[in-house]
Design a protein around this ligand. Structure first.
Ligand code: NCD
Length: 310
């Protein structure tokens, strides 16, 4: 693998299958540190800036946890209130200034392409923590880690991506990554929220088996992985459109009666109504484990781009 020291993490498409495998194995080695069973000072003296122009709980806190558990420090903001963005400061200026305060920058922004733009204005590594409906590459690595950890391998899995496939950035990145593995994919979305055609096209060109449906019932009995997502309300230009599709799917106990015993249910979270909390108590539910997996995966990525460990 090419050295990741100093590199940006902007899109999952920059990761070859080999790169992905290196990250997953690296993350597994760091899991005891993520769990607090072992300690590490590998990032001592390093500072991470987390700039969140959009709400976040897991992504921001797991980056913080990863950094702190490796002995580093964090600074940043979790919304633009109280920052000079309110005075009209541009993203470019914000990034140029933060470069003087930190060794790497994690950015979440409502506009697609924001992380790519930010990276042009700084020499520091920029990590895309979600750019509008674009990409969320570090989430994808944690999702792949979860599948690999739970199932032992990614190849050969029957994976259903369910929900808002149009605006959901986690499913966009995940689909691109899965094109590098021999999986069969079923895309389940309400009418109007289908996966963008260019992603479907790329999957097919990569030889991935792709099926599409509007019915969740069609996939439950055969899937190995059900990856459920929230309808991305904030990205709908028309609130009435949102109302039309809100609550389209609900994974609940009656639905799961038909599922394979070892089906895993994943969700990048936050969930709204699409996974009934009653599912949490079943062996299918892996979304909280998935949220934890963010920590070892982000630790691995931080060590890679900051050029320590390996
Ligand atoms: C996701 C996001 O922000 O794209 N959240 C996350 O990072 N786990 C999913 C979502 O908001 O629905």
């Amino acid at each position: 693998m090419a050295s990741w020291k100093g590199r940006d993490i902007l899109s999952i498409r920059d990761f070859s299958r080999g790169d992905i495998e290196v990250v997953l194995k690296y993350a597994r080695k760091l899991a005891p540190v993520a769990e607090g069973q072992k300690s590490s000072r590998s990032l001592e003296g390093k500072v991470l800036a987390t700039l969140f122009f959009e709400p976040s709980t897991r992504t921001r806190l797991s980056f913080h946890s990863a950094m702190i558990r490796l002995g580093g420090q964090v600074l940043g903001f979790s919304n633009v209130e109280g920052t000079s963005v309110q005075k009209g400061e541009t993203l470019a200026d914000t990034v140029r200034m933060v470069e003087g305060y930190a060794d790497a920058i994690v950015l979440r922004h409502p506009h697609e392409g924001a992380a790519v733009l930010a990276a042009e204005f700084t020499e520091r590594p920029v990590i895309n923590a979600g750019d509008g409906a674009g990409q969320h590459p570090t989430q994808t690595l944690q999702d792949l880690y979860t599948i690999w950890d739970e199932k032992g391998k990614i190849d050969g899995q029957g994976i259903a991506l369910v929900g808002d496939l149009k605006y959901g950035r986690t499913v966009h990145s995940l689909a691109y990554a899965l094109a590098q593995f021999g999986v069969s994919l079923t895309l389940v979305s309400p009418p109007g929220l289908e996966m963008p055609w260019e992603i479907v096209d790329e999957l097919k060109r990569a030889g991935t088996q792709v099926a599409t449906t509007h019915r969740l019932d069609d996939v439950v009995a055969t899937a190995d992985v059900l990856y459920v997502t929230r309808i991305q309300r904030e990205r709908f230009p028309d609130p009435q459109e949102y109302e039309r599709v809100a609550g389209s799917y609900r994974v609940d106990l009656p639905l799961l009666r038909e599922a394979k015993k070892d089906l895993i249910v994943m969700h990048p979270l936050p969930r709204v109504t699409e996974v009934d909390p009653a599912v949490d108590r079943t062996a299918h539910a892996k979304y909280f484990r998935q949220a934890f997996n963010a920590v070892p995966v982000r630790m691995a990525l931080l060590e890679m781009v900051l050029g320590v460990g390996g």
